[in-house]
Design a protein around this ligand. Structure first.
Ligand code: C2E
Ligand code: MG
Ligand code: MG
Ligand code: MG
Length: 291
C-alpha cells in the first residue's frame, strides 16, 4: 500500500509540475556545477559621464556558458538560483571575481569604479557585508570604489533584514545604487532616509523618452528629485542619440546602454576604455555636432 501511495504521490507531483518548473530543475542541476566547472564569467558594461564622456564605472553582469545550451541569460538563471537557494554561491563568486578584476584594471592604469548587482536573497544573506568586506581587503580595494546596485523593489521591501544590510553596506563605505528605478513603488519619504549615492532610471522610461511626453515628464521629475536628495542619476538602456540628447538636456549625470557599449569581457572593456575614439573629445563632438 505504501508503495502504491508512493507511486500515486509521484504521479500527482509530476502532473502538478508545469513545464517551466521541470525546465528550471534541469537548469538548477547544471547550475550547481557551474562554479566548479568554470562556466561563469563576468561581463562588464561601462557607465559614461553624460557631460565629459569619460568612463566612470563598469557594471559586472553575470554570464553562464552552459555546455550544451550555450550562453544562458541571467534573466533566466538568477530567478532559479533565487528560488532554490543557490544565489548565495553565485553571488559570492561574483563579489570575489569583480573585486579581483578591479585590482587587475587598477594595475593596468585604468581608473573606474566597479558595480555589482545584489539580489533580494543576497540582501537577506546574514554574512553578505562580511563577504564584501573580505573581498575588498583581499584585492586591496577601497570600499568607495565599489558600487552595489539593488533593485528598487528590493530596497523598498520593508523587512528588517534588508534594511539592516542596506545600512551596514553604507557604513562599510561602498556606494549604493537604486537599480531599475520607477518600476517599484517607492515611498518618497523613505527614499530620503536611504544612504544611497546613485539612482538608475529604469530602461522602460528611457525607451519611451522620445515618443512619450509622459515618460519625459517622469524622467525629468525623477532627475530633479534625485538631485534634490543629493543622488547622481544614471540612465540605463540608452540606445539612440535622441534619447541621449533628451537625457543630457535634463541634466542626467551618467548614461549606460548599447549606444555606447554592450556588456563585454573584462579584456574587451580594457581595450575599449583605452581606445581614443571612446574618449571625451570624440564624445563631445558627436554630442554637439562640432567635428
Ligand atoms: P540590470 O542590473 O538592470 O542590468 C541591465 C540589463 O540591461 C543587462 O542585462 C544589460 O545587458 C541590459 N542592457 C544594457 N544596456 C542595454 C540597452 O541599451 N538595451 C537593452 N535592451 N538592454 C540593455 P543582463 O546582463 O541580461 O542582466 C539582466 C539582469 O540580471 C540585471 O539587470 C540584473 O538584475 C541581473 N543580474 C545580472 N548579473 C547579475 C549578478 O551578477 N548578480 C545579480 N544579483 N544579478 C545580476
Ligand atoms: Mg544593475
Ligand atoms: Mg538596471
Ligand atoms: Mg534593468
Amino acid at each position: 500500500a505504501a508503495k502504491r501511495l508512493g507511486g500515486a504521490c509521484y504521479c500527482f507531483y509530476a502532473a502538478g509540475m508545469d513545464g517551466d518548473t521541470r525546465e528550471q530543475l534541469d537548469l538548477l542541476r547544471d547550475l550547481r556545477h557551474a562554479v566548479e566547472r568554470n562556466q561563469l564569467e563576468l561581463y562588464f558594461q561601462p557607465k559614461i559621464d553624460a557631460r565629459s564622456g569619460e568612463v566612470t564605472a563598469a557594471e559586472a553582469l553575470l554570464r553562464w556558458h552552459h555546455p550544451t545550451r550555450g550562453m544562458v541569460s541571467p534573466v533566466i538563471f538568477i530567478p532559479i538560483a533565487e528560488r532554490f537557494g543557490f544565489m548565495r554561491e553565485l553571488g559570492n563568486w561574483v563579489i570575489d571575481a569583480a573585486c579581483r578584476q578591479a585590482q587587475v584594471w587598477r594595475e593596468s592604469g585604468l581608473r573606474m569604479r566597479v558595480a555589482i548587482n545584489l539580489s533580494a536573497q543576497q540582501m537577506r544573506q546574514a554574512d553578505i557585508v562580511d563577504r564584501i568586506q573580505k573581498a575588498l581587503e583581499a584585492s586591496r580595494m577601497h570600499p568607495t570604489l565599489l558600487t552595489c546596485e539593488i533593485t528598487e523593489s528590493v530596497v523598498m521591501e520593508n523587512t528588517q533584514a534588508i534594511q539592516d544590510t542596506f545600512r551596514r553596506l553604507g557604513e562599510l563605505g561602498v556606494h549604493l545604487s537604486i537599480d531599475d528605478f520607477g518600476t517599484g513603488y517607492s515611498s518618497l519619504s523613505y527614499l530620503r532616509q536611504l544612504p544611497a549615492q546613485e539612482l538608475k532610471v529604469d530602461r522602460a522610461f528611457v525607451t519611451d523618452l522620445v515618443a512619450s511626453a509622459d515618460a519625459r515628464a517622469v524622467v525629468d521629475a525623477v532627475i530633479r528629485l534625485a538631485h534634490a536628495l543629493g543622488l547622481r542619476v544614471v540612465a540605463e538602456g540608452v540606445e539612440t542619440q535622441g534619447q541621449q540628447q533628451v537625457l543630457v538636456a535634463m541634466g542626467c549625470d551618467e548614461l549606460q546602454g548599447y549606444l555606447f557599449a554592450r556588456p563585454m569581457s573584462a579584456q574587451a572593456i580594457l581595450l575599449w576604455a583605452m581606445d581614443d575614439k571612446n574618449s571625451a573629445p570624440a564624445f563631445r563632438a558627436s554630442l554637439f555636432g562640432d567635428t
